[in-house]
Design a protein around this ligand. Structure first.
Ligand code: G1P
Length: 292
């Protein structure tokens, strides 16, 4: 089974929910504690063995390319001042030369279209990962590393899932399971639907923004078929793979924060701050004070 070496990050959205913060700053660069939300997804991909990073961006968002580039002047200054921790943090952001590719999605035609925009970088026989950076997933080992391990056994497509309350199925892609989960937390899929109403949702297993897909999905996305909301949906293209290859849901166990919503973003900041030794005590006592 070919290993997953490439990851696609759809980062073309305008982030209207976070205006005015996102007027000049891409929403993916808003910080969760001291790291941009996108960096968490890049680090998750890196921990899973990804070597090539393909960002599907849009106009006005070039700061993302700067963030993942070297900044030699800044590095020299930090070095001269003996700020070794900060120097390391700045160096760690950088993606090695030639390994970060930025392509554009010229129009917001949907997630499926955004992923298709990376087609020139993915060969038809090459598996690749898709990470939606709004979804901040915290676990050890990280979600994508668990998925790549499962994928080495199953091949085909593997999609991370989590249970949601039935009344929320219309916010997510929902898996239609074909039988029970196995000991690796994999469930075969016999279908999937984008944002179904609660009454007709085939299950409550929501897709949570981590996918391992075959390169051949690009030719399905190329058809540009419109689905829910009039957009080209990734969920529909994955659904059309069923019958041609194994398609599994992988139940994620860990913390999930929806950084695409204001409340989720604030919660992610609190959760990540509480994981930091130097912040835990102060933040805990602040929260206790507020809640009493
Ligand atoms: C996208 C996908 C959906 C998935 C969700 C996870 O929806 O289309 O299937 O469940 O991400 O965050 P969006 O939130 O972009 O509308």
């Amino acid at each position: 089974m070919a290993r997953v070496k490439k990851a696609v990050f759809p980062v073309a959205g305008l982030g209207p929910r976070f205006l005015p913060a996102t007027k000049a700053v891409p929403k993916e660069l808003l910080p969760v504690v001291d790291k941009p939300v996108l960096q968490y997804a890049v680090e998750e991909a890196r921990a899973a063995g990804v070597e090539d990073f393909i960002f599907v961006s849009s106009r006005g968002k070039t700061a993302m390319a700067d963030h993942f580039d070297r900044h030699t002047e800044l590095e020299e200054t930090l070095e001269a001042r003996g700020k070794t921790d900060l120097l390391e943090a700045v160096r760690d952001c950088a993606i090695p030369s030639g390994r970060a590719v930025f392509v554009r999605q010229p129009e917001p035609l949907g997630l499926g279209h955004a992923v298709w925009c990376a087609h020139a970088a993915i060969a038809p026989d090459e598996p690749f990962a898709v990470l939606l950076p709004d979804e901040l997933l915290l676990s050890d080992p990280p979600c994508l590393a668990q998925m790549t391990q499962a994928h080495e056994a199953t091949g085909g497509a593997v999609l991370a899932t989590m249970e949601v309350p039935r009344e929320l199925t219309n916010k997510y892609g929902i898996l239609d399971p074909d039988g029970d989960e196995d000991e690796r937390r994999l469930t075969p899929a016999k279908g999937m639907v984008e944002k179904p109403d609660p009454e007709v949702a085939p299950s409550t297993m929501s897709l949570i923004g981590r996918y391992i897909l075959p390169g051949s999905i690009m030719s399905k996305l190329a058809q540009g078929r419109r689905g829910a909301g009039g957009e080209v949906q990734l969920t529909d293209a994955v659904d059309s793979l069923i019958g041609e290859m194994p398609v599994h849901g992988f139940r994620f166990i860990g913390e999930r924060h929806d950084c695409g919503s204001m409340a989720g973003f604030v919660k992610a900041n609190i959760a990540c701050a509480l994981k930091r030794d130097e912040l835990r005590e102060e933040i805990t006592s602040f929260l206790n004070g507020k809640l009493c």
